[in-house]
Design a protein around this ligand. Sequence first.
Ligand code: NAI
Ligand code: MG
Length: 501
Amino acid sequence: MTTAENISNLSDTTKDFISSPRKMLLNGQWVTSASGKMFDTLDPATGEVIVQVAEGDKEDIDRAVAAARKAFDDGPWPAMTSTARERCMHRLADLMEENADILAELEALDNGKNVAIARAVDIQVAIDFIRYMAGWPTKITGNVLPLSVPYAPDAKFLGYTLREPVGVVGQIIPWNFPVLMCSWKLGPALASGCTVVLKPAEETPLTALYMGELVCQAGFPDGVVNIIPGYGHTAGAALTVHPEVDKISFTGSTEVGKIIVKAAADTMKNVTMELGGKSPAIILPDADLEVAIPGAASAIFFNQGQVCCAGSRLFVPDNLYDEVIAGLAEAADGMKIGCGLDPENMINPLVSQIQFDRVMGYIESGRAEGAEVVAGGGRRGDKGYFVEPTILANTNRDMKVVREEIFGPVVCVQRYQDIDEVAKLANDTVYGLGASIWTRDVGNIINIVPKIRSGTVWVNCHNILDVVMPFGGYKQSGFGKDMGQQALEGYLETKSVCIMA
Ligand code: NAI
Ligand code: MG
């Protein structure tokens, strides 16, 4: 298939959206970049160009921050009544729902992923999350404080707290769940009254730009949401050092997260970091393998393993090892590989040539270090970025493939003997994003869950995310939460007010 053939099957609205170069959303207007530069966004199934996109850089970021600053300081957004803000956000959710199929098509085309899964998971959760967050503006409240003030015994005081928006927020998102990340970031920022400059990943700008269209239609005041596509080291970096930006919320690699925390320190920005992972899936000796084997397969192969909480280290006890390896290999070998626009294809291309090379490099490194390739291990086809679902068995803690995030459809299986040691083995990583345990014994759950150092622990499932469930990392997987009520905390200041009678 060529990209032109892929596009020919899409809806007219989607075709129309990619029929001419896309601009950036700055202060409620669609504009070209200050430099006039554009970059290509590619179809990962073919490596061909889909469309060109305006390439933002420092000057565009400066303008966008100025617009967001004005909309925050003088503009209507934080001053609007909370019911009016809620209505605006509900309109955005309604528009996302009306255009859900377009969002799914654009996501599948730009990222490579399965279009039906994009519609059912990525887009649906994004809609639900904007709706969930749309309910919050009327419910964000402070407290009345019972002040004592021992050194002013004759005075009377009223003390209370106000929850106020943190201000102008820079949001930098990755390419693995573009529209979902866009909603994870926009939802709590808008609900709390912040204004936003969002930079989508250079690999996948299209759905964020389409969200920009919907933001305009929903009637958000100019400058509240600005969307500036561009590269990380230019547009992204400019956002992280901008003195008028109050907060940075980032999802992406731990490596870049460290660069951003340092860059943001100079102006003491509030930062939220949702970073990489090397999440364990732990099959316990009593697990129901009819659940655990397909569960472990989907924990790593969903979204081609390009998931920050993917179950990339699989721990299997001695008594079940052969059966799990055989079942997992059968599952991997049975997955249909191909372009995401055909919903039958469950393994789709990786997002880019760079990501493809990185993942193939890790598979080679695993082989060289003595891992046994029991399924996959190679490329599929001669164009596009397709990697077979791959199982590396007999791996150990010292191998590079076990220590580093691969971010592809590659699972490293480690064998263990002693259930009392398994939490320690699982924690043997710098990351702490997710973990799953597979067991039928409630005692095992009660014992092991508290020992795991990660932001989420799933039991008999993996990669389940819900709008009410806070999501974020321990250790080098970052700090702060996306989703749930806790996501708001990152966008709110607390002001103490003390009135003396
Ligand atoms: P990345 O961390 O470089 O990209 C994520 C975002 O950060 C993009 O929008 C990018 O433009 C921006 N960015 C990059 N450098 C920046 C800088 N200096 N200042 C400000 N913004 C910057 O991730 P990349 O290179 O796409 O993937 C590399 C590896 O990172 C992957 O193989 C994977 O292991 C990991 N990753 C983890 C993700 C997660 O969800 N935890 C998402 C994407 C990648
Ligand atoms: Mg692309």
